[in-house]
Design a protein around this ligand. Structure first.
Ligand code: C5P
Length: 309
């Protein structure tokens, strides 16, 4: 887990009592298998998490507050109000209410969010921030909630929040809340690429017209060969809506990936590389070609394999 000590960044070291990483979530495969009566889609997804992401600091304070930094900070909502309210603030308020209902105090807190991940990008930034807020505040307030209660609370913030609470390789089913750990999924070296075009998740689900509802099934052979046989069903509707996805996917693929695919509802695409050095080299090349876009080499969590097929 990412229960951090103080980071090397002086802002976190000086001001935050503690900090949490909110790792980027990557859907290595995502099959839509049906739809519930309430409109939510049933899916099966192989999910892993990067070793980088947003960072959040939490400090005791006289009054609640939030501050922002990072490349994408200016794109965040600053208020808790409304459907698109800030998920960090929503998570804080929801946890506080749950604790106060049990007679547990949840004093004021100053939160700092360093927003390093692009927003509305299919890599769970908002969900990861909400999950990191729940984890961080439980540490700051020295309280715990039963895992099941925490997962329900997380799910009320968003379908991806329960998986982000775990931040480990897993298979997600249901609408994303039925989670099974995948301890054998190895650490992978990826490049994430995003053309900085925000994508609305409901808009992509609405455009879904695929006919193949086949599930993912059991691991067959090595992971890379298995992943290659799978798909992201949200990729065709996202590509039809955001034409830059074709371009970024081709650019990443041209760097010599073992697999190139879109994550979540997009527009972030990832390429899997044989080594982290190869991923870093690809990131440099891609940044040279499209300096205005976002490219990041990451390692995913999981056991480091002796060799990737
Ligand atoms: O739960 P969350 O707020 O992340 O979901 C955003 C929207 O994405 C939902 O309102 C729904 O339209 C769509 N969605 C879906 N099936 C899922 C997850 C999300 O249809 N499993």
């Amino acid at each position: 887990m990412f229960l951090g000590n103080l980071s090397s960044d002086s802002r976190f070291a000086d001001e935050a009592n503690l900090f949490e990483l909110a790792p980027a979530k990557i859907n290595l495969a995502l099959h839509v298998t049906g739809q519930r009566a309430d409109g939510y889609h049933l899916l099966e997804s192989i999910v892993t998490f990067a070793d980088t992401g947003d960072r959040l600091g939490f400090s005791d304070a006289d009054a609640d507050g939030i501050s922002f930094s990072g490349r994408f900070a200016s794109l965040l909502p600053t208020s808790v109000e409304g459907k698109h309210g800030n998920l960090v603030l929503k998570a804080r308020d929801l946890l506080r209410k749950a604790l106060q209902d049990k007679g547990v105090s949840a004093p004021p807190v100053a939160i700092h969010l360093e927003k390093n991940l692009p927003v509305a990008a299919g890599i769970g930034g908002g969900s990861a921030d909400a999950a990191a807020t729940l984890r961080g505040l439980m540490r700051l307030w020295n309280v715990g909630l039963p895992a099941e209660e925490l997962a329900v609370l997380g799910l009320s913030l968003g379908a991806d929040v329960p998986m982000c609470l775990k931040s480990e390789p897993l298979m997600a089913r249901g609408i994303g809340e039925e989670l099974t750990a995948l301890p054998d999924l190895p650490s992978l070296s990826l490049v994430l690429g995003n053309p900085l075009v925000g994508v609305s998740t409901p808009g992509i689900f609405r455009r879904l017209t695929q006919k193949d509802n086949s599930p993912i099934g059991a691991l067959d052979g090595d992971w890379i060969s298995f992943l290659k046989m799978l798909r992201n069903d949200l990729e065709p509707p996202a590509r039809s809506l955001v034409r830059e996805i074709d371009q970024i996917s081709s650019l990443i693929g041209a760097e010599g990936t073992m697999l190139t695919r879109m994550s979540g509802s997009g527009a972030t695409c990832f390429g899997i590389f044989p080594s982290f050095e190869a991923a870093e080299k690809a990131m440099e090349n891609l940044n040279g070609q499209k300096p205005e876009w976002y490219f990041q080499a990451v390692r995913t969590v999981g056991q480091v394999p002796e060799r990737i097929q």
